[in-house]
Design a protein around this ligand. Structure first.
Ligand code: NAP
Ligand code: G4F
Length: 323
């Protein structure tokens, strides 16, 4: 009999790649979607007829209990969150409600409906924030630098706590930045690759950015959702860092992305203070040794290839838009 998985955040970047992976693995996939005034299914439109979409919200525990009761999944992947760091300063309480307390709501729903359900929590390298060691691994102390990072740290620890308190098979994946052509436009990689396409095709001249010196460990989302699934397949649950082990500055991202279409970023990028953050995370670089050793995980796509793929996809998308 095929396994059944439930994904919160299925309409997001990672949700769409994870749904594809689970369908390929023969799972029946249930996607939890929240009510909104417009439909946000673009990322899953190509597989929508193979998914069961159900209404639920991380802000509403009863809705989560109900969808678990109705569909009885074997595995739950909690990917839903207010995931944009910059927005967490202007909406700190909403971020806490969704990204922190939302994790307790779904864990509690799992515990109440069926504690045998295996659980994955989408934790983040933002929890390392003002880094206490380089590179960061599962033993590195946390020091979050944004309301989002603080909320994710709560989500991480409540997952550990429910694992220890109730013996749940609950794992926390501490994932470093991962990107793709499906990345939201507000995140810096997509903002740059989409901006490059608009400039190359004559729609814009300038691209406004914030801190060009910030460094991130950027991987490809499709590689990272494989690590999520592998964690849930282990006999014992645990915490795993998923990263490339390489770090690049935003400036280098710009250099590469503009060069893909034969442009020089220095002719187009301008600094706009609105995109600077009240507190910055300067240097994230992860050590994925545990995931490589225990899960047998490795990545297929490198940084340069990732940025090229995103620029090419945005060139196609913007070209189609302007006809
Ligand atoms: P994303 O594209 O922003 O997707 C977020 C998803 O959460 C969307 O499907 C969104 O639904 C849903 N959501 C938001 N609030 C909700 C609520 N109250 N109830 C139910 N669903 C809600 O994020 P992503 O990049 O795929 O990331 C997936 C997860 O991994 C997030 O938890 C993120 O914080 C975490 N993470 C991401 C990265 C990364 O680099 N991408 C790294 C580490 C951790 P709508 O479509 O309705 O908005
Ligand atoms: O692309 P970002 O907005 O991603 P950030 O803040 O690292 O968060 C992402 O990765 C986390 C994992 O560490 C996830 F947990 C989280 O959900 C999200 O997916 O910004 C990356 C860096 C920052 O240092 C920022 O200051 O890029 C810098 N940056 C410079 N100019 C900019 C811009 N970021 C954005 N979004 N927009 C700019 O114009």
């Amino acid at each position: 009999m095929s396994k059944r998985a439930m994904i919160t955040g299925i309409t997001g970047q990672d949700g769409s790649y994870l749904a594809e992976l689970l369908l390929d693995e023969g799972y029946e996939v249930i996607g939890v979607v929240r009510r909104s005034s417009t439909v946000t299914f673009e990322r899953i439109a190509h597989i929508q007829d193979r998914l069961t979409l159900v209404a639920g919200d991380l802000l509403d525990e009863v809705s989560l209990i109900q969808v678990l009761r109705d569909h009885r999944p074997d595995e739950v992947y909690n990917l839903a969150a207010q995931s944009f760091v910059q927005a967490s300063w202007s909406q700190p309480v909403l971020t806490g409600e969704t990204t922190a307390l939302g994790v307790t709501r779904i864990l509690d729903a799992v515990r109440i409906v069926d504690p045998e359900i295996r659980f994955y929590q989408a934790s983040s390298s933002e929890m390392f924030g003002k880094v206490q060691a380089v590179p960061q691994n599962e033993d590195t102390p946390f020091y979050p630098r944004s309301p989002y990072g603080v909320a994710k740290l709560y989500g991480h620890w409540i997952t550990v706590n429910y694992r220890e308190s109730y013996d749940l098979h609950a794992s926390s994946g501490i994932l470093f930045n991962h990107e793709s052509p499906r990345r939201g436009f507000e995140f810096v990689t997509r903002k740059v690759t989409h901006g490059v396409a608009r400039i190359k095709l004559g729609l814009d001249v300038k691209l406004s950015l914030g801190n060009l010196d910030a460094q991130r460990d950027w991987g490809f989302a499709a590689d990272y959702v494989r690590a999520m699934w592998l964690m849930v397949q282990q006999d014992a649950p645990g915490d795993f860092v998923v990263a490339t082990g390489e770090t690049h500055a935003v400036r280098e991202l710009c250099e590469i992305a503009f060069a893909v279409v034969g442009l020089d970023y220095r002719d187009h990028v301008v600094i706009d203070e609105r995109f600077l953050r009240p507190a910055e995370v300067d240097l994230l670089v992860g050590d994925p040794s545990k995931a490589e050793k225990v899960l047998g995980w490795s990545r297929d796509v490198g940084f340069h290839q990732l940025i090229e793929m995103m620029v090419e996809s945005d060139m196609d998308q913007v070209s189609r838009l302007i006809g």
